[in-house]
Design a protein around this ligand. Structure first.
Ligand SMILES: Nc1ncnc2c1ncn2[C@@H]1O[C@H](COP(=O)(O)OP(=O)(O)OP(=O)(O)O)[C@@H](O)[C@H]1O
Ligand SMILES: [Mg+2]
Length: 243
């Protein structure tokens, strides 16, 4: 589904990725872990064509993104949905308008169809139709995240990228959001890539994850494998997440 090969990235003289390689399988919920500033968001931005690849290769859905033609880039962009780390909703648009905005701007679908799609996605993320006419300022933190998730699902992507989706949520809302991600993966056959540092998510939601530490990939595998690795750096990292 997605493979990163020998990726190296540096800004000024700071090395952010030092020869990183990883594979993400179809239908898997894969986590990217690492301390603040370890290059997690940058990695996702490179995958979704927002940041340049300085060295190495990334393949997504069988296409090498450095070698893609314009048409292929256009095609590939319709195959992923993104929930940005600080991805805010448009405050001047109501919930259904927020969910439908990408379809409005990037397709020729009629207005009423976009509206129908938006209400379907709203339901899909567990919100009532009555929330559709509300404005972002009228939503709770958990509802905002769900609306942002609905927006990232508007065009039926195959891969979903979520950058710290539950940060700032209370534990109960975070757990509910986690459950929703698993449900949607099962229901829609999505592949999900989550940047997270939440231990509950790491334990209960991710099928596998990788850890970036000092610009290097120090681990890729399951939670059990991470525990069994008996590696100080990995242990320290997982324990650190408990605080
Ligand atoms: N376009 C850029 N120009 C210069 N430096 C950049 C650029 N993008 C990212 N960086 C730097 O690269 C490093 C990694 O940033 P990134 O946002 O990927 O970290 P992160 O792992 O997502 O951190 P956090 O957990 O805090 O979100 C940081 O030191 C950041 O300042
Ligand atoms: Mg980040």
């Amino acid at each position: 589904m997605l493979s990163v090969k020998n990726l190296s990235t540096a800004f000024d003289k700071k090395i952010v990725h030092d020869n990183i390689s990883l594979n993400i399988n179809e239908n898997e919920i894969f986590g990217i872990l690492g301390g603040s500033g370890s290059g997690k968001t940058t990695l996702v931005r490179q995958i979704i064509l927002l940041d340049e690849i300085q060295s190495g290769d990334i393949e997504i859905l069988g296409l090498n993104i450095k070698k893609m033609k314009f048409k292929e880039r256009d095609y590939i962009k319709h195959n992923w949905g993104v929930l940005f780390q600080f991805g805010a909703l448009f405050s001047s648009l109501n919930v259904v308008e927020n969910i439908g905005i990408m379809l409005k701007e990037n397709t020729k679908l009629p207005k009423d169809l976009i509206n129908d799609i938006a209400y379907t996605k709203l339901k899909m993320v567990g919100l009532d139709a009555s929330a559709g006419k509300l404005y972002p300022e009228e939503l709770s933190g958990g509802m905002k995240k769900r609306v942002a998730l609905a927006r990232s699902l508007a065009h039926d992507p195959k891969i979903l990228f979520l950058d710290e989706p539950t940060s700032g949520l209370d534990p109960a809302s975070a757990k509910a959001f986690d459950n929703l991600i698993v449900e949607l993966r099962d229901m829609l056959g999505l592949t999900v890539v989550i940047i997270t540092h939440e231990l509950n998510t790491i334990k209960n939601v991710l099928d596998r994850f990788c850890i970036i530490s000092d610009a290097k990939l120090i681990f890729t595998g399951t939670y059990e494998e991470a525990i069994n690795a008996n590696n100080d750096k990995i242990n320290k990292f997982l324990k650190l997440q408990k605080d």
